[in-house]
Unconditional design. Structure first.
Length: 253
């Protein structure tokens, strides 16, 4: 089993369970994670997801190199089909997930592990966590969306420094540049992620989903197109119980 799932009331914790491989992402692990996200999305009892890694050394060391090497040896088309498109599917799924997904970075997040963090809407890191884009040492650019998302999140020059050097940065620096929301002691990581989830899901699920959709769809659009996305997301919430209940509670105060 490469992916483990536990449910605590309305929050599901998904754990990458390849501790002996630093939770590296091989093809079966990516496929299992995608399947689990499908299952969680369809379960109306689940309001939020925490994604973490097994053990204390790594959230994910990135791509499983033997798996990657096999795909690359088959040539560009095979590598794109088996590796890049699979990785893109995972990070886009995480980025567009309709329920709040919080990455709890419990150690190193290198390569694909960093790209998952970039794609996630929210992230908390343990104090000993570190982040790196080491793909350049293997001779290629980040293949799971990292060349596009990281500079958009942290700025072109900061993103390029990580991508071009491959040097790791500590959790505190990741928080400073906006790659993660906050840094906490390792023994408080999951509790902090669940607390953040609780502060989100106290609000109406329709409102949470609309906020996620508005930001994710609009963030890279010109402002006028982004405002149109915002207006459409707002309009979709108007007839919902969340709006009626929210207005009633406010007016009764």
């Amino acid at each position: 089993m490469t992916v483990r799932t536990e449910r605590d009331d309305h929050v599901v914790t998904i754990t990458l369970a390849r501790e002996h491989k630093l939770n590296a992402l091989d093809h079966p692990t990516i496929d299992a994670l995608l399947a689990e996200l499908d299952r969680v999305e369809a379960d109306d009892r689940v309001r939020a997801v925490v994604l973490t890694g097994a053990g204390h050394r790594a959230f994910s060391a990135g791509a499983d190199i033997p798996s990657l090497a096999g795909s690359i040896e088959g040539g560009p088309e095979r590598a794109l089909r088996e590796f890049v498109r699979r990785g893109h599917a995972l990070t886009r799924r995480i980025e567009e997930f309709p329920k709040p997904l919080i990455v709890a970075v419990n150690g190193l997040a290198y390569g694909g592990g960093c790209e998952i963090t970039e794609a996630a809407p929210l992230a908390i890191a343990a104090e000993h966590a570190s982040f790196a884009k080491p793909e350049i040492a293997l001779g290629f650019p980040p293949p799971f969306g990292g060349s596009q998302r990281l500079p958009r999140h942290v700025g072109r020059k900061r993103g390029l420094e990580m991508i071009l050097t491959g040097d790791p940065i500590p959790a505190a620096r990741a928080a400073e540049i906006g790659l993660v929301n906050s840094v906490v002691p390792a023994d408080e990581l999951l509790a902090a992620a669940h607390d953040l989830a609780g502060r989100v899901i106290r609000h109406a699920p329709t409102a949470v989903a609309a906020c996620l959709r508005a930001v994710t769809r609009g963030i890279n659009l010109p402002i006028d197109e982004g405002l149109a996305v915002e207006a459409a997301c707002f309009a979709a919430t108007v007839p919902t119980d969340g709006v009626r209940d929210g207005l009633r509670r406010f007016l009764e105060r």
